[in-house]
Write a protein that binds this ligand. Structure first.
Ligand SMILES: [Zn+2]
Length: 262
């Protein structure tokens, strides 16, 4: 009864197996390293180096320019202003308002097909860049667009069917109707959908960085302040300058608006 001998063939297979294991481990490590270190960060600490950098996080105005110290004035009343203020007492001047610069959202980095949704060009381009950074930061987890534009009639049917006034805006007062707002969720790299109906690491990231792309969470402090319940999933485009100003003041749009329009 001799010992079972290991054949050359078995040794050869074991060697290849061990070698592939080492190579695969190295590749996974290098991928992680590249994610963590190769991307440099910009002024906001947001990783740069995107393939989809339509915008280069332009700060308007340039903070090195002494003229930028002049207090900004925003246009809260024109329907086509990116800072148009909308609430039940401030509806569109033109109830049939449609912006001239609508475009499908040009991104390959959202979980669902972004091109099925339209926003005003500048807002959509900025969102596309943010979607790339989001996916890069979370190693493959992607933003998913739940809703972008909602027509006046759709808004009416929402209110009629299941949405209360403090959740859905009255027709003619919705930021979605301005083609400037998005409702978002996340699909992980493993295909799991994560909603944003409560705070999580994704809403934290958006809260910390979205202003760098001009997006603001209009409804984050509740009915008493914003006139609507908290909507973690909602982001509205205001332009980088104004969104950053609100972020630095820790104010919502409604708070700022009430401060300057007392
Ligand atoms: Zn929304």
């Amino acid at each position: 009864m001799g010992q079972k001998r290991i054949s050359h063939r078995q040794i050869y297979i074991s060697w290849w197996f061990a070698l592939s294991l080492v190579v695969m481990t190295c590749l996974i490590f290098l991928d992680g390293y590249a994610h963590a270190h190769l991307a440099s960060t910009d002024l906001w600490g947001v990783p740069t180096g995107g393939q989809n950098q339509i915008l280069s996080h332009q700060i308007i105005p340039d903070p090195t320019d002494p003229l930028s110290a002049i207090h900004p004035t925003f246009d809260f009343t024109s329907d086509d202003s990116f800072q148009r203020y909308l609430d039940p007492s401030h509806p569109f001047q033109n109830i049939n308002y449609v912006p001239a610069d609508l475009a499908p959202i040009n991104s390959n980095f959202t979980a669902n097909d972004a091109r099925k949704f339209e926003l005003r060009q500048e807002a959509g381009d900025s969102f596309a860049d943010m979607a790339w950074h989001f996916r890069d930061h979370f190693g493959g987890d992607r933003l998913s667009i739940t809703s972008a534009y909602r027509s006046e009639s759709f808004q009416k049917s929402l209110l009629k069917n299941w949405c209360s006034d403090d959740l859905c805006a009255k027709p003619g007062t919705s930021e979605h109707q301005a083609w400037l707002a998005l409702d978002l969720s996340v699909v992980t790299k493993w295909g799991r959908t994560i909603s944003m109906d409560k705070p999580n690491k994704y809403t934290d990231w958006l809260h910390a960085y979205a202003q760098a792309w001009g997006f603001h969470n209009t409804y984050q402090k509740g009915i008493a302040i914003d006139g609507k319940v908290v909507e973690w999933w909602h982001r509205r485009y205001l332009g980088t300058w104004f969104a950053t100003l609100l972020f630095e003041n820790n104010q919502t749009f409604a708070e700022y608006y009430k401060t300057v329009n007392r």
